[in-house]
Design a protein around this ligand. Sequence first.
Ligand code: GDP
Ligand code: MG
Length: 281
Amino acid sequence: MNATMALMGNPNSGKTTLFNNLTGARQHVGNYPGITVEKREGRLKIDELDITVVDLPGTYSLTAYTQDELVARNFLIEKNPDAVVTVLDATNLERSLYLVLQILELGTPVIVALNMMDEVRRKGVIIDTGRLAKLLDTPILEMVARTGEGREELLKEARRAVLERRPTRTELRISYGRDLDETLDAMQTVIESSNFMDGRYPSRWLSLKYLENDAEVLAQGQSTPDVHSRLLQMTAALAEHCRKTLNTEPECLIADYRYGFITGLLKDGVVTRPTTQARFD
Ligand code: GDP
Ligand code: MG
């Protein structure tokens, strides 16, 4: 049985190290059609599964602002890989969870590989992986890609993802505060009562993309002009409200709330730092 597994993560999270560990030397460099950003593909066998592993460009986010982010996002949406692994630098959870949140908001099932655990341990930091996995409702594994620690667990989880594939998971729903949530709900109603963009995207995600002025989604939305202009009106009304009352833009508020959500996750006893000051490193 053939399957595809995508590796995503911030630059320098250890994706390529993991990719090489999983696929050995049998890799080639490929190009996305019409785009100069490179992806790397390799093969991996897990029992009866023949898996194509795709090393996607390193990204911090899934916006349409940069080519790398768009390539990674479109791969998720269009290729719908059987398993998605996000490789995180566990020494910087706050920054790296930002990407995970966005993948979960898209409703994509994801395996989180907490890489660089050797560094985390060296610093005396303790991460309650089980608790974080529960809070995010997604599998989380500890890894040291450099030594191969965690490889077997990752293979097991990837195999499970391929075989027990859920078409979609429930999208992660983050609250963006009363004003935004109200508009998002109204936009979702508009989207869901039409067959906007053929139902390819979760309605809340699409609504967020309108509020974020996402060039790619806005361009696609134009093919359904009545819904598109309705969503633009709602976006403009909210943007004006944000400017007047909070002196900010919806997209800034969205990022703030995402970081707030992460702070909340990490506060809950998930990360314990050493209290002693007697360290000299
Ligand atoms: P990429 O940009 O995500 O592809 O990251 P790379 O695979 O190129 O790795 C970035 C750096 O982190 C390299 O110097 C790796 O040797 C190092 N690295 C990767 N995995 C680990 C790990 O588990 N522990 C430690 N300490 N370093 C790692
Ligand atoms: Mg790399």
